[in-house]
Each structure stands twice: as C-alpha cells, then as structure tokens.
Design a protein around this ligand. Structure first.
Ligand SMILES: Cc1ncc(COP(=O)(O)O)c(C=O)c1O
Length: 396
C-alpha cells in the first residue's frame, strides 16, 4: 500500500526525498478518503459563505477545541511555531530572558524562543520518557530564567506536576509544547492544568492535522488569550484600531476541516494505542528499547519511537523492504551545524538527548494502518534482528 503522498512527505520532512514504499509513514490521504464527503462539504460550505478569515468556522472550532481540551479559551493561529512565539511575546519574554526547554524536540520549540529574542537553555531528557527531566531543571535556573517549556514528545505528556512545582518555587511561566500530543493525559493531571498556555500544531501529519499549516493556543487565562487574539491579527481586536502584531490567523477553511476531524481524534488516539500494543507485544523480545508510558498516563503515540544500537542499519533494512521508518530527531538542536547562529543559548550536559539522537527510529504509526501492515513491520524487524545475530555469530 502507498498513501500516494511522497511529495507532501518530502515537504514536511525538510524537503529531502522520502522513499516511496509499500508501507508509508503517514496516513493523511487515507484519512481524507475516509472522511471525504464530510470534509469536501465543509470546505464547499466555507467557499460559498464568503467568510474565509476570522469567520464563524474559526469561532466554532475555537469553542469546540476549548471544550475538547477542557480549557477556558483557545485561539487559532497559523502554525504551532506561531502559537509558541505569540505566547512568549504575550508573556513579555524577550532579550535577556532565559527559557528552559529540551534539545530533543522539533527545531521550532527553540526557534520560537529565539524569534521572541529570548535565550533557550537546554536541559536533558529523562532516559525512559524522553521528556524533559524535571529533576534537572532547578540546576539550570538563574536570576534571568522566566519560563519553562516542556514538550510532550511523541505524544506522551511530560511530568507537568513536577515541572509546575519548580516553576512555582521560582515564579516562572510554564508553556506546554503540545504540538504532538493532543488528547494525551498524565496520571493525575490533564494537559493545560499546570501551565499558563498550551501550544498546538495542526500541520498535516499531526494527530489532528489540516491540509497545510495551522495551530492554536489553549489557556485558562483570559487576558493571555485576548493578547494572543490581538497579536495574531496585526495587534487588532477591532477594525481600524492597531498595535504591533502579526498576521497569524487560522483560516476558516482549515477551521472547518479541523471541526470535522476533531470529532474523530479520540477514536484515532485509541487506534494509535492499539497499534502501539501490537508493536509492544511483537517486539517485546527484540534487542531494542521500546516506548515507555508511566503508569496511569495516556500516550497518544504521535510517533512510535524505538531505540536501537544499529538504528541506521535497521532503518536501511526496513526501507529496502518497502517500509518507511524515519528519525525524530537524529540531530539534536544543540548539535545542528553552526548552532546557535549568533544567538544566545545555554547548553547543559545532555548525554540522554545525544544518545537518543543517535539511536531513535520511528516506525509507521497512524490510525489508518491495518493490523496486517503492523504485523509486517514487526516481522521484518524480527527478521533483521535474527539475521543480524546470525551475521555476528558468523563473524566470531
Ligand atoms: C514539538 C513541536 N513543536 C513545535 C512544532 C511546530 O509546529 P508547526 O509545524 O505547526 O509550526 C512542531 C511540529 O511541527 C513540533 O513537533
């Protein structure tokens, strides 16, 4: 099976060619086909309505998303990156301010901190969850620290109560980067409960994705929501009245599409967990590290990421068998060439992050995968494992 989407895959994996294969990495075209009648109608309705920007579909989507997340307000913006940037600006973060985050994340987490003029401070990840190691945050705090930005990496909530405890003790803002984790939960907490704001991305391949770029900020602080509404629309809440802002609105066509998809996101998360269980069981004996979910947490498996001491060998083998496996993220932010590009940054010791970068491999994971496809991925990984062992024995 292919999902017929190689060009789009290439576009959002940084422009490089992503091999076309029997089992692709993304299911968004299949997802569109499954919901085609409803999505097509929703788009046509917006086109006929003539309201394309800051219109009724956006208002309804924001209400429905707030209800889904159980937060007071959401504000639609044009990307997850802008969601982060506008929150940082609305909180007044800027030059001289330090923001603690992780280096094991998509680049945009740190990029938004730089774009706000502030200084990212990178602390290490937890060995098991790969999320920020909350026990390492305190040591990274200085008098300039203003905020902590935990990332719910791969769809697993970071330890928010622990992050919030440090933040409270030092009077810091907390902004959750939830680009990969809509629907995730902790054992005794929900996303949004322990922070000032939550930033979401709706780029194509996300668990709730539109047909391009989109994002939102969710918050229980009405004043913050109002500032972001202003910032996203040229500093304006009212026609002809402005202050400096941006053009960063989630358009109504995408809001309408997201309204259709939002109704399915919980069942898709459930299917992702089912697929994860198949992988967990099938690969339980394989010599590799499988994703870890702390007791009581609800993972939404945006990505199913294993760690192997021969990641490149396994990736090449799977790709040669027509199975696309990708890496998230093979070069940590602080390891990028020319880092930090003349901008301020502080890097603490990051051994876990660096080990992850060298060993992570993401297997196909999307609700439209069939069980047979998942079994095939498992079978090929086990084949590779067996061959690898045989080859090592021959070499002895
Ligand atoms: C963890 C993380 N943060 C931020 C972003 C930025 O979101 P966007 O691509 O919508 O700007 C992404 C995804 O792309 C992400 O995965």
């Amino acid at each position: 099976m292919t999902n017929g989407s190689a060009p789009a895959e290439a576009a959002f994996e940084g422009g490089g060619p992503v091999p076309q294969s029997g089992i692709g990495f993304y299911g968004h075209v299949k997802q569109y086909h499954n919901l085609k009648a409803e999505i097509d109608q929703a788009i046509l309705d917006v086109l006929e309505s003539g309201s394309y920007v800051l219109g009724p579909q956006l208002v309804k989507f924001e209400e429905e998303l707030a209800g889904h997340l159980r937060v007071q307000e959401t504000v639609g913006v044009n990307s997850g990156t802008d969601a982060l940037l506008l929150v940082f600006l609305a909180l007044g973060l800027g030059p001289g301010d330090e923001v603690i985050t992780t280096s094991n994340t998509f680049f945009a987490t740190a990029e938004a901190i730089w774009l706000a003029g502030a200084t990212p401070v990178f602390v290490d990840s937890d060995q098991k969850t790969r999320n920020v190691d909350a026990t390492k945050i305190e040591a990274a705090i200085t008098p300039r620290t203003r905020a902590i930005v935990p990332v719910h990496l791969y769809g697993l909530a970071a330890d928010m109560p622990a992050v919030a405890e440090v933040a409270k003790a030092h009077d810091l803002f907390v902004v959750e980067d939830c680009a990969q984790a809509i629907g995730a939960r902790g054992d005794r907490f929900a996303i949004g409960e322990w922070s000032d704001a939550v930033c979401l991305s709706f780029i194509i391949q996300k668990n709730l994705g539109c047909f391009g770029d989109g994002g939102a900020v969710a918050t229980n602080h009405q004043d913050l929501a109002t500032k972001i509404r202003k910032l996203r629309n040229h500093g304006s809440l009212k026609r002809s009245y402005h202050s400096i802002g941006y053009n960063s609105r989630l358009d109504d066509v995408h809001a309408a599409v997201l309204r259709v998809k939002l109704k399915h996101v919980d069942e898709w998360s459930e299917r992702r967990r089912e697929i994860a269980r198949l992988y967990d069981n099938g690969l339980a004996e394989a010599p590799m590290t499988l994703p870890f979910t702390p007791h009581g947490y609800e993972h939404v498996y945006h990505l199913y990421v294993i760690e192997s001491d021969d990641r490149d060998g396994l990736q090449a083998y799977l790709n040669s068998k027509g199975i696309t496996a990708l890496t998230h993220y093979p070069i940590a932010i602080h390891q990028q060439e020319d880092f930090p590009w003349g901008r301020p940054a502080r890097v603490t010791s990051l051994p876990i992050t660096e080990k992850s970068a060298a060993s992570v491999l993401s297997l196909p994971m999307y609700p439209e995968l069939t069980n047979a496809e998942v079994e095939r991925v498992i079978e090929e990984i086990l084949n590779w494992t067996a061959n690898r062992e045989a080859l090592s024995q021959q070499a002895v």
